[in-house]
Design a protein around this ligand. Structure first.
Ligand code: ZN
Length: 223
């Protein structure tokens, strides 16, 4: 039994036609999309949906970067539910490049990482996307990710649209370390500033689609 006071939605709402990435929903009568006898009711609709797998708050599976990696449909539930520690990257100077020792100090300030933790990285830069400051957001490195792997984390989330930042040497540096160790991660985690404690219980449940590399996910925290 989980004891909780409130549930915080850590998911960005998706609005078709907005947000820069394609999400089109096309409304039809149900019998237009399924082999259905026409039904005598004025409003009985279904939608055809067209989108890409990396949109909004989405989870990425190892298959995104590794041909033989686990796909979205085969991430075990145990990896997607559990205790999370919130690491604060918001107080760092602009243009920070975070290696293993920086990550260790950040983790210590949150009370440390326990084996089996979900890690949520809160930079506070997500709503500064339109401002010039955004180009100076924290950049994570492969070494910082290796530190998390060594601590036994099972899932990583960030409030940014990517783990790698402007100072990260390679475009896939963080992707390859986490996904190479079978650790999925979630981008565009929302509302992390609403969490009032450094440890919360988290559920992040994607639809288990076989053969898919990533997909929007509903992630919620219990305090
Ligand atoms: Zn992505």
């Amino acid at each position: 039994m989980i004891n909780y006071r409130r549930i915080i939605d850590l998911t960005l709402p998706l609005v078709p036609g907005e947000g820069g990435r394609p999400l089109e929903i096309e409304r039809h009568r149900t019998e237009e999309l399924t082999p259905h006898e026409p039904v005598d009711h004025p409003w009985y609709v279904m939608h055809r949906v067209q989108t890409i797998s990396h949109i909004g708050t989405h989870i990425e599976a190892p298959y995104h970067c590794f041909e033989n990696g686990r796909d979205l449909g085969s991430i075990p539930l145990e990896r997607l539910i559990g205790e999370a520690v919130v690491l604060d990257l918001g107080e760092l100077p602009l243009d920070s490049l975070i290696g293993a020792s920086e990550m260790e100090a950040i983790a210590a300030r949150a009370g440390g990482i326990r084996s089996g933790d979900i890690v949520l990285l809160r930079t506070g830069f997500a709503d500064r996307r339109a401002s010039p400051e955004y180009d100076h957001r924290p950049s994570l490195t492969a070494d910082a990710m290796r530190f998390l792997v060594d601590r036994g984390v099972k899932l990583v989330g960030t409030d940014l649209s990517g783990l790698e930042g402007p100072q990260t040497p390679g475009h896939l540096d963080c992707h390859l370390v986490l996904l190479g160790h079978d650790i999925p991660f979630i981008e565009n985690v929302a509302n992390l500033d609403e969490l009032s404690q450094p440890r919360v219980f988290v559920c992040a449940l994607p639809i288990p689609v076989r053969g898919l590399d990533a997909f929007p996910v509903r992630i919620v925290a219990f305090e």
